[in-house]
Design a binder for this molecule. Sequence first.
Ligand code: S3P
Length: 171
Amino acid sequence: MNDVRNIVLVGFMGAGKTSAGKALADVLHRPFFDTDVMVEEGAGATVETIFETLGEDVFRTLESEAIATVAAIKGSVIATGGGALKNPASALALKKNNFVVYLKVSPQVLLDRIANKPGRPLAAAWSGVEDLSLMLAEREASYEAIADLVIDTSYKTPDEVRHEVFHAIGY
Ligand code: S3P
């Protein structure tokens, strides 16, 4: 494939960014980066521990550093954290010269996927779908704004998502 832009996956927690990203990278033989994993490796601590011990602001700084690093690379597949676009500089870096895919999912399906799963500190404070919907509503415009392609992944497997991305990029 001649298109050397990174394929960037954005969307809420539980949207399937990591699974779809791995599926894309595998078939395209491209390197795969998950910014949460980069932050964890850099800090030597899990996302949960970073939130607990250092706080969200420090996590966001580490996340924006990871994004600046991967956005400067070409020809990779990048899965971002659900709050990555809270930092305008990160949103700008991801948009520039990359093909951005917003994986969109209905609030109830998101909650079913996230509920009772450890490792997502922000979700731990939710008491139900209303809390999730509120956060999604705050973030949705930023996902839409940088997306070259929007895929509703509520009932799709990572391979089905991969096919839709391939179709869009002409692969
Ligand atoms: C977050 C999403 C998480 C992770 C952190 C914060 C968020 O990534 O970056 O827990 O603010 O939505 P996933 O979207 O991969 O769960």
